[in-house]
Design a protein around this ligand. Structure first.
Ligand SMILES: O=C1O[C@H](COP(=O)(O)O)[C@@H](O)[C@H](O)[C@H]1O
Length: 266
Protein backbone atom coordinates (compact mmCIF):
# COMPACT_ATOMS: atom_id res chain seq x y z
CA UNK A 1 0.00 0.00 0.00
CA UNK A 2 1.27 3.49 -0.87
CA UNK A 3 2.38 5.81 1.93
CA UNK A 4 0.59 9.16 2.09
CA UNK A 5 1.20 10.90 -1.23
CA UNK A 6 -0.02 14.08 -2.78
CA UNK A 7 -2.00 15.28 -5.74
CA UNK A 8 -0.57 18.51 -7.09
CA UNK A 9 -1.10 20.32 -10.41
CA UNK A 10 -2.79 17.25 -11.86
CA UNK A 11 0.21 15.14 -10.87
CA UNK A 12 -0.09 12.29 -8.41
CA UNK A 13 2.92 11.15 -6.40
CA UNK A 14 2.75 7.66 -4.87
CA UNK A 15 5.37 6.53 -2.41
CA UNK A 16 5.92 2.91 -1.36
CA UNK A 17 7.80 1.24 1.52
CA UNK A 18 9.80 -0.77 -0.98
CA UNK A 19 10.10 -1.81 -4.65
CA UNK A 20 7.99 -4.91 -4.03
CA UNK A 21 4.98 -2.86 -2.88
CA UNK A 22 5.50 -0.43 -5.73
CA UNK A 23 5.54 -3.31 -8.18
CA UNK A 24 2.25 -4.69 -6.83
CA UNK A 25 0.47 -1.36 -7.15
CA UNK A 26 2.01 -0.67 -10.57
CA UNK A 27 0.59 -3.96 -11.85
CA UNK A 28 -2.82 -2.95 -10.53
CA UNK A 29 -2.58 0.50 -12.13
CA UNK A 30 -1.58 -0.86 -15.56
CA UNK A 31 -4.25 -3.60 -15.44
CA UNK A 32 -6.96 -1.03 -14.61
CA UNK A 33 -5.90 1.28 -17.45
CA UNK A 34 -5.82 -1.67 -19.84
CA UNK A 35 -9.35 -2.69 -18.84
CA UNK A 36 -10.70 0.86 -19.20
CA UNK A 37 -9.03 1.39 -22.56
CA UNK A 38 -10.18 -1.96 -24.00
CA UNK A 39 -13.71 -1.16 -22.84
CA UNK A 40 -13.62 2.30 -24.43
CA UNK A 41 -11.54 1.76 -27.57
CA UNK A 42 -11.22 -1.99 -27.98
CA UNK A 43 -7.40 -1.81 -27.72
CA UNK A 44 -4.65 -0.69 -25.33
CA UNK A 45 -1.69 1.16 -26.88
CA UNK A 46 1.17 1.24 -24.38
CA UNK A 47 4.74 2.46 -24.73
CA UNK A 48 7.45 0.92 -22.56
CA UNK A 49 10.88 2.17 -21.57
CA UNK A 50 13.92 0.09 -20.71
CA UNK A 51 16.06 0.06 -17.57
CA UNK A 52 14.71 -0.75 -14.13
CA UNK A 53 11.09 -0.40 -15.27
CA UNK A 54 10.80 -3.88 -16.74
CA UNK A 55 11.67 -5.78 -13.55
CA UNK A 56 9.30 -3.46 -11.65
CA UNK A 57 6.53 -4.60 -14.02
CA UNK A 58 7.11 -8.28 -13.29
CA UNK A 59 3.99 -8.66 -11.10
CA UNK A 60 1.87 -7.98 -14.17
CA UNK A 61 2.92 -11.39 -15.49
CA UNK A 62 1.73 -13.15 -12.35
CA UNK A 63 -1.74 -14.14 -11.10
CA UNK A 64 -4.30 -12.67 -11.18
CA UNK A 65 -3.18 -10.34 -14.02
CA UNK A 66 -1.64 -13.05 -16.18
CA UNK A 67 -5.17 -14.45 -16.56
CA UNK A 68 -7.39 -11.38 -16.22
CA UNK A 69 -5.64 -8.87 -18.51
CA UNK A 70 -6.80 -8.96 -22.14
CA UNK A 71 -3.29 -9.33 -23.60
CA UNK A 72 -4.60 -9.85 -27.15
CA UNK A 73 -5.78 -6.22 -27.16
CA UNK A 74 -2.39 -4.79 -26.22
CA UNK A 75 -0.26 -2.95 -28.79
CA UNK A 76 3.29 -2.47 -27.51
CA UNK A 77 5.70 0.32 -28.43
CA UNK A 78 8.92 1.71 -27.00
CA UNK A 79 9.22 5.29 -25.75
CA UNK A 80 12.92 4.89 -26.47
CA UNK A 81 15.21 2.26 -27.85
CA UNK A 82 18.93 1.79 -28.17
CA UNK A 83 19.97 1.25 -31.80
CA UNK A 84 21.54 -2.17 -31.33
CA UNK A 85 20.55 -5.65 -32.50
CA UNK A 86 17.42 -7.03 -30.86
CA UNK A 87 19.43 -9.80 -29.19
CA UNK A 88 22.02 -7.34 -27.80
CA UNK A 89 22.26 -7.00 -24.02
CA UNK A 90 21.62 -3.23 -24.36
CA UNK A 91 18.37 -3.63 -26.32
CA UNK A 92 15.26 -2.37 -24.54
CA UNK A 93 13.27 -4.81 -26.70
CA UNK A 94 15.33 -7.76 -25.44
CA UNK A 95 14.88 -6.62 -21.86
CA UNK A 96 11.09 -6.48 -22.30
CA UNK A 97 11.02 -9.74 -24.25
CA UNK A 98 12.89 -11.62 -21.54
CA UNK A 99 11.07 -9.99 -18.62
CA UNK A 100 7.56 -9.47 -19.97
CA UNK A 101 6.70 -10.34 -23.56
CA UNK A 102 7.75 -13.99 -23.26
CA UNK A 103 5.66 -14.50 -20.13
CA UNK A 104 2.14 -13.56 -21.23
CA UNK A 105 0.27 -14.09 -24.52
CA UNK A 106 0.88 -10.88 -26.46
CA UNK A 107 0.04 -11.02 -30.18
CA UNK A 108 3.45 -10.94 -31.94
CA UNK A 109 2.19 -8.62 -34.70
CA UNK A 110 1.09 -6.11 -32.04
CA UNK A 111 4.65 -5.77 -30.73
CA UNK A 112 6.21 -2.80 -32.52
CA UNK A 113 9.95 -2.84 -32.02
CA UNK A 114 12.35 -0.68 -34.05
CA UNK A 115 14.13 -1.65 -37.25
CA UNK A 116 17.55 -2.61 -35.86
CA UNK A 117 19.23 -3.04 -39.25
CA UNK A 118 19.46 0.65 -40.20
CA UNK A 119 20.98 3.87 -38.88
CA UNK A 120 19.50 5.65 -35.86
CA UNK A 121 18.12 8.36 -38.15
CA UNK A 122 16.36 5.85 -40.41
CA UNK A 123 15.16 3.76 -37.45
CA UNK A 124 13.47 6.86 -35.97
CA UNK A 125 11.93 7.72 -39.35
CA UNK A 126 10.64 4.14 -39.80
CA UNK A 127 9.25 4.02 -36.29
CA UNK A 128 7.36 7.28 -36.76
CA UNK A 129 5.96 5.91 -40.03
CA UNK A 130 4.65 2.80 -38.23
CA UNK A 131 3.05 4.97 -35.55
CA UNK A 132 1.46 7.21 -38.22
CA UNK A 133 -0.12 4.16 -39.88
CA UNK A 134 -1.56 3.00 -36.56
CA UNK A 135 -2.89 6.48 -35.78
CA UNK A 136 -4.63 6.42 -39.15
CA UNK A 137 -6.36 3.14 -38.27
CA UNK A 138 -7.02 4.41 -34.71
CA UNK A 139 -5.11 1.63 -33.02
CA UNK A 140 -3.44 4.64 -31.43
CA UNK A 141 -5.74 7.58 -30.67
CA UNK A 142 -4.96 11.07 -31.80
CA UNK A 143 -4.66 14.12 -29.56
CA UNK A 144 -7.55 16.54 -29.94
CA UNK A 145 -5.28 19.56 -29.44
CA UNK A 146 -2.38 18.63 -31.70
CA UNK A 147 -1.85 16.06 -34.43
CA UNK A 148 0.21 13.94 -32.04
CA UNK A 149 -0.52 10.31 -31.24
CA UNK A 150 -2.31 9.84 -27.92
CA UNK A 151 -0.98 6.65 -26.35
CA UNK A 152 -3.21 5.12 -23.71
CA UNK A 153 -0.19 4.79 -21.44
CA UNK A 154 3.49 5.74 -21.61
CA UNK A 155 5.69 4.16 -18.95
CA UNK A 156 8.92 6.02 -18.21
CA UNK A 157 11.89 5.50 -15.94
CA UNK A 158 14.21 8.34 -14.89
CA UNK A 159 18.01 8.30 -14.76
CA UNK A 160 19.94 9.97 -11.91
CA UNK A 161 20.64 12.86 -14.32
CA UNK A 162 16.88 13.40 -14.84
CA UNK A 163 16.69 11.83 -18.31
CA UNK A 164 13.48 10.15 -19.39
CA UNK A 165 13.17 7.92 -22.47
CA UNK A 166 16.36 9.01 -24.35
CA UNK A 167 15.79 12.71 -23.68
CA UNK A 168 18.93 13.85 -21.85
CA UNK A 169 19.57 17.16 -20.02
CA UNK A 170 20.62 20.06 -22.26
CA UNK A 171 20.26 18.02 -25.44
CA UNK A 172 18.81 19.86 -28.48
CA UNK A 173 16.18 17.12 -29.00
CA UNK A 174 14.38 18.53 -25.96
CA UNK A 175 13.34 21.37 -28.30
CA UNK A 176 11.97 19.06 -31.02
CA UNK A 177 8.40 20.09 -31.77
CA UNK A 178 7.70 18.59 -35.23
CA UNK A 179 8.90 15.00 -35.14
CA UNK A 180 7.11 12.31 -33.11
CA UNK A 181 10.18 10.09 -32.94
CA UNK A 182 13.70 11.42 -33.16
CA UNK A 183 17.23 10.07 -32.80
CA UNK A 184 20.48 10.85 -31.05
CA UNK A 185 23.99 9.60 -31.75
CA UNK A 186 25.67 11.16 -28.71
CA UNK A 187 23.87 9.72 -25.70
CA UNK A 188 25.88 10.51 -22.55
CA UNK A 189 24.81 7.07 -21.29
CA UNK A 190 25.95 4.20 -23.52
CA UNK A 191 25.07 3.05 -26.07
CA UNK A 192 25.33 6.37 -27.94
CA UNK A 193 22.80 5.74 -30.73
CA UNK A 194 19.17 5.80 -29.71
CA UNK A 195 15.72 6.71 -30.89
CA UNK A 196 13.21 8.40 -28.61
CA UNK A 197 9.67 9.75 -28.45
CA UNK A 198 9.75 13.52 -28.36
CA UNK A 199 8.25 15.60 -25.55
CA UNK A 200 5.12 16.56 -27.56
CA UNK A 201 4.30 12.85 -27.96
CA UNK A 202 4.95 12.04 -24.31
CA UNK A 203 2.85 15.02 -23.23
CA UNK A 204 -0.04 14.05 -25.51
CA UNK A 205 -0.57 10.64 -23.86
CA UNK A 206 -3.74 9.88 -21.92
CA UNK A 207 -1.64 8.54 -19.06
CA UNK A 208 2.04 8.88 -18.23
CA UNK A 209 3.66 7.02 -15.34
CA UNK A 210 7.21 7.75 -14.16
CA UNK A 211 8.61 4.91 -12.07
CA UNK A 212 11.70 5.63 -9.98
CA UNK A 213 13.45 3.62 -7.27
CA UNK A 214 16.67 3.97 -5.27
CA UNK A 215 18.52 6.62 -3.32
CA UNK A 216 20.81 7.53 -6.25
CA UNK A 217 17.83 9.31 -7.82
CA UNK A 218 16.51 11.00 -4.64
CA UNK A 219 18.15 14.40 -5.27
CA UNK A 220 16.81 14.58 -8.83
CA UNK A 221 13.35 13.46 -7.70
CA UNK A 222 13.45 16.36 -5.21
CA UNK A 223 14.53 18.87 -7.89
CA UNK A 224 11.78 17.73 -10.24
CA UNK A 225 8.81 17.18 -7.93
CA UNK A 226 9.47 19.97 -5.42
CA UNK A 227 10.07 22.26 -8.40
CA UNK A 228 13.34 23.57 -6.98
CA UNK A 229 14.81 26.49 -8.95
CA UNK A 230 11.77 26.82 -11.27
CA UNK A 231 13.56 29.42 -13.41
CA UNK A 232 16.57 27.22 -14.24
CA UNK A 233 16.59 25.17 -17.47
CA UNK A 234 14.41 22.19 -16.97
CA UNK A 235 15.46 18.65 -16.34
CA UNK A 236 13.82 16.37 -18.94
CA UNK A 237 11.75 14.65 -16.22
CA UNK A 238 10.39 18.06 -15.21
CA UNK A 239 9.27 18.66 -18.79
CA UNK A 240 6.96 15.64 -18.61
CA UNK A 241 3.68 17.47 -18.15
CA UNK A 242 0.82 15.85 -20.06
CA UNK A 243 -1.38 18.57 -21.53
CA UNK A 244 -4.66 16.80 -20.82
CA UNK A 245 -3.56 13.39 -19.57
CA UNK A 246 -2.82 12.07 -16.11
CA UNK A 247 0.67 11.94 -14.67
CA UNK A 248 1.53 9.56 -11.83
CA UNK A 249 4.94 9.22 -10.19
CA UNK A 250 5.63 5.85 -8.53
CA UNK A 251 8.49 6.17 -6.02
CA UNK A 252 9.96 3.87 -3.42
CA UNK A 253 10.94 5.37 -0.04
CA UNK A 254 14.59 5.76 -1.06
CA UNK A 255 13.79 7.68 -4.22
CA UNK A 256 11.37 9.88 -2.25
CA UNK A 257 13.76 10.40 0.67
CA UNK A 258 14.73 13.99 -0.23
CA UNK A 259 11.25 15.26 -1.04
CA UNK A 260 9.96 18.16 1.03
CA UNK A 261 8.18 16.24 3.79
CA UNK A 262 5.51 18.89 4.27
CA UNK A 263 4.17 18.23 0.78
CA UNK A 264 3.41 14.64 1.68
CA UNK A 265 1.12 15.06 4.63
CA UNK A 266 -2.48 14.33 3.66
O1 LIG B 1 18.93 4.42 -20.84
C1 LIG B 1 17.81 4.36 -20.35
O2 LIG B 1 17.62 4.79 -19.07
C2 LIG B 1 16.33 5.12 -18.55
C3 LIG B 1 16.42 4.98 -17.02
O3 LIG B 1 16.84 3.68 -16.70
P1 LIG B 1 16.90 3.16 -15.20
O4 LIG B 1 17.56 1.79 -15.27
O5 LIG B 1 17.71 4.14 -14.42
O6 LIG B 1 15.48 3.05 -14.72
C4 LIG B 1 15.26 4.23 -19.15
O7 LIG B 1 13.98 4.67 -18.72
C5 LIG B 1 15.39 4.29 -20.67
O8 LIG B 1 14.35 3.57 -21.30
C6 LIG B 1 16.71 3.70 -21.05
O9 LIG B 1 16.91 3.64 -22.45
Amino acid sequence: MALPGVKKDGREVKIYENADELSTDLADYVAELSEASVKERGVFAVALSGGSLISLMSKLCEAPYSKTVDWAKWYIFWADERVVAKNHADSNYKLAKDGLLSKVPFVPSHVHSINDTVSAEKAAEDYEFVIRQLVRTRVISVSDISDCPKFDLILLGMGPDGHVASLFPNHPVLEEKEEWVTFITDSPKPPPERITFTLPVINSASNVAVIVTGSSKAETVHLVIDDVEPDKPSLPAKMVQPTKGNLVWFLDKEAASKLDGSKFSQ
